[in-house]
Design a protein around this ligand. Sequence first.
Ligand SMILES: [Zn+2]
Ligand SMILES: [Zn+2]
Length: 241
Amino acid sequence: MKEKIYTIPVNDAFSSECECPICTMYKTLEDNSVEYTMGPSYMEDDVRAQTDKLGFCEKHIKQVYHMDNRLGMAWVMKTHFDKTIEDVRKLQGKSSHSGSFFKKSSDGSPLIDYLHKLNNSCFICDRIENVFARYIDTIFMLWEEGGEFREKYKRCQGFCNAHYEVLMREAPKKLRNRELEEFTAVTDKLYLENMERVRDDIAWFINKFDYKYKDEPWKNAKDSVIRSVTKTNSILDVSEK
Ligand SMILES: [Zn+2]
Ligand SMILES: [Zn+2]
């Protein structure tokens, strides 16, 4: 069944112990895409055409670098440079008025438009985006089916700020009436209760540095600072490269 491509990773993420199951889904997609980029695919013409054109964002170029395939990365960078140099050479000196009576863009030359696109595109972000959108759709589809997934959803440990926003924005497009009402109520509650739980863990972490509490147990506070970063910045492990 084609649907399983999406339902399995969504179910797996909601079964894992983490501060945001959607961060877990995203991280799996991201890891796979970084591995793909530095796997045998970088020698394929159609893949290289994409990396040449899109380049990488700051976050993903670091992850690509840490795959420790220096020769592979050198090839990818070499032809990305070739394309950038060639494109920029053609666009330098062209004003937005030249050759056309109508301005193409209100606030930039073709060179500035090109650079803006280049500086805001990433091969890995692009690869993740489509599948990630399908994962989000799958959450709503599984919710509507009810049953086991809905119970699993209700038991998760809440969401990060970014993915709570995604759920709130997408829910009205995918769910109707009672389904939407229940989903919204459950998600709102999950978000706040779990934000409070992590806040209280951090508060207890702070207390543990006060001599009055030094003999008290740590409870769930030891890794609370790391977990708080998942909630605020959608990062599952701050120590990771
Ligand atoms: Zn998240
Ligand atoms: Zn990226």
